[in-house]
Ligand binder design. Sequence first.
Ligand SMILES: C=C(O[C@@H]1C=C(C(=O)O)C=C[C@H]1O)C(=O)O
Length: 372
Amino acid sequence: MDFQDLIAKALEHYNNSLPFVAYRKPNQSTVKLMLQKDDKVFKVEDFSESGFVFAPFNDKEDIILIPFDDSDNFQAEFNDLHQLNKKTETQKTAEILEEDKTNHIKLVEAGVKAIASGEFKKVVLSRKETVILHSKSVIQIFTDLLQSYPSAFVYCWYHPKVGMWLGATPETLLKVENNRLSTMALAGTQKFSGNLDVTWGEKERQEQQFVTNFIADSLQPFANTITLGDVQTVKAGKLLHLQTKITATINGNLQAVLKALHPTPAVCGLPKQASKNFILNNEYYKRTYYTGFLGELNLKEAKSRNRNRRNVENNAYASIKNISDFYVNLRCMEIEGDQANIFVGGGITEASNPIQEWEETVHKSGTMKQVL
Ligand SMILES: C=C(O[C@@H]1C=C(C(=O)O)C=C[C@H]1O)C(=O)O
């Protein structure tokens, strides 16, 4: 199937008010489409299910599933950037509301105060910004995201009883292939100005180290070996972040591992419960699915043995891999009628400057506004 046919199928499904998800993994060209056959709201109970997961920030709320068995699945290649109409005109930067700025600064000040008084060590504080879409369609936004962010997980998710979400996230929550787990600690932000070789402040290094330590500690009860990579600077659109890759061999079930990890201090804080309570009680809006996670759950993939082997008979015994591949729902938006709600936040430590934190959220929302 070619990409235009895949888009037409998704549109038809949307017009029939039926759930679907279209997505492309980082640095890949294959776009997958799952069309759910009815409009039931399926929920994940224990992560033994198989399908596409859409989980909220608050782990007390329901996790939505588009089950593989109740869906028609398609895929297409998206690699010829010129096959599409050229990227549509970027909308002028929307006006920043003075009230949003004052509120965010107040929120960060309250966060810094709570840290200074010992309530927690780090908290990620965020806000919602609304942009009017004018004539741009959801499908145009999705294809612009695919073109603009080749190294992100790009998706468009729709359920008539839940909503319409789009995003291009740079952050993996975890990937599990049989019992091999890989994840990342991503935090710290600065603007990209043409150079990856940049210096990072102590605040960003510490903030990212909190995330690495938390992930390593949380995996400890389920892991035989945990390997941490070096701290690297990575690019996400026009922003840079600090990242440490983490791999482990796990012996626990996926539900227990997720319960320990989500939400990580990359999107919540440290310690988890105190920072989470602060977020739920103090942010000026409800996060719903922003900073939740999404992706494939228990996908079965046939993997043939090494093709270079002399003994070709071995190739007959293709092994089946069980794969779960989840991403943190960042750099995302919710579409409501003719408006897009963009969600942006940043990590706060005792050393945070409220005005700089406000500016960081402005840079992050700019990344999303580029495709609107
Ligand atoms: C919370 C967001 O991003 C997270 C926070 C970061 C930070 O504090 O520097 C960086 C990357 C993400 O882990 C967001 O993009 O909304």
